[in-house]
Design a protein around this ligand. Sequence first.
Ligand code: FAD
Ligand code: NAD
Length: 472
Amino acid sequence: ASSADEKDLVIIGGGVAGYVAAIKAGQEGLKVTCIEKRGVLGGTCLNVGCIPSKSLLNNSHMYHAIKHDTKQRGIVGVEGVSFDLAKMMKAKDTSVTSLTNGIEFLFKKNGVEYLKGAGSFVNEHEIKVDLNDGGETSVSGKNIIIATGSEATPFPGLEIDEQRVITSTGALSLEKVPESMVVIGGGIIGLEMGSVWSRLGSKVTVVEFLNQIGGPGMDAEISKASLKTLKKQGIDFKLGTKVLGGDPSGDKIKLQVDAAKGGKEETIEADVVLVAIGRRPYTAGLGLENIGMELDERSRVIIDQEYRTKVPHIRCIGDVTFGPMLAHKAEEEAVAAVEYISKGYGHVNYGVIPSVMYTYPEVAWVGQNEAELKASDTAYRIGTFPFSANSRAKTNLDTEGMVKIIACPETDRLLGVHIIGPNAGEMIAEAALALEYGASSEDIARTCHAHPTLSEAFKEAAMATYSKAIHF
Ligand code: FAD
Ligand code: NAD
């Protein structure tokens, strides 16, 4: 049943998926309400994810570089450099609040109604909101978008207190540098947050179940190169090793680990343990049972290609449903889902979602990796170019890493691009554009790139794919 004050669209969750959908809906002239219970907009990404982690990564990298990498550059007088952790945290908090306040401003500018509280389904159109300031209200929508995001997957038997046994959230606000830290899981969170605390002086050990770091999607050759540089920076790795259980009761936390391939069991100790074994969709308290909505075996809300759940006017986007748990993927889905509502069509190219790991050097990729191509029996050829042969990397004394391009041997069309190196996260945008436009490696190689730039390594890797690089 619809009523006069029924909204065109109600969005539950004000993370990247939810807030972008709200702004887009406002721009499309829809009457829209966004419900967020956190008290601030921006979700995981802005509050306890992408943004605060990149602030700590940037500032810990600057400190580390000043401490270890000035002599060869002719910079003197910085001996005894140290840091003020509380101020570093404050700088992080300032970046976060300036961005979250910015979203509130954008809501006003685009006529979005913002309800601070927890939303739950009463029925297929009506949502009850338990307001953060007390009391409750309800709102009904012709269309509804579920954008409730994800949470850290807990490790069985190790209770999270965010002080000693922490998730990424605790790792973003420790008050002192732990003497030692064990990271369970060598995926992106483990390596980014492990890098931060290692640079600031913690003895970090990463325990990873697989024989490869970087989580799903990272090309094996690039992952190996990343492992080598992270080891050189002082991080210890135990690969092919499973954490069996833990005991946080003593002064040090004890973890039992077991070499996955039948090696010996041992106990390792740490002051702080970071649990980084993945994230899982979050739907607690949403009242999905009231609308008979079931989840799949990985607790994801099931949707079709237009983001519709089994109730057609209720759509779902972002971390709480299928696909990589990435902010820019959530943002693309938000725009497309609203366009389906307002125009009847929308589009996201899931073959071209870049990934970036913001360690030093950065690792970035888009498209398919070698293992994926082998698994699907797809023929391919490869062109690579090392940053050690790139003029700008040389002038910057920053020559670690390479660009690797994978293309179709028959048509030369790009299949994937994998980069480890300085500024890889920015450079991958060019690769995404090329892939999106169906470029061949020759198209890239014949596009003039400014000299001296790191991007010339991308151009030369493209040359090497169908012909030969000039400088290597
Ligand atoms: P979320 O951001 O989780 O937002 C969901 C929101 O819904 C939350 O604010 C929650 O409070 C709210 N909510 C839930 N239930 C209700 C309810 N019933 N009522 C009202 N509100 C509700 N991705 C990248 O692309 N790049 C990165 O560099 C990156 N770094 C990361 C670093 C860390 C440490 C972490 C943890 C994640 C990182 N991510 C990164 C992943 C990124 O944060 C997520 O992919 C993104 O936040 C997903 O957006 P979302 O809107 O789907 O979910
Ligand atoms: P992940 O899936 O990337 O990595 C988890 C790792 O833990 C895997 O390598 C897995 O093999 C390992 N693991 C699982 N159980 C284990 C066990 N018992 N013992 C040892 N190792 C174990 O997950 P994550 O790093 O927690 O990140 C979660 C999500 O957040 C990801 O989807 C990621 O894309 C997103 N994220 C993205 C960025 C970014 O884009 N820069 C940054 C942070 C987080």
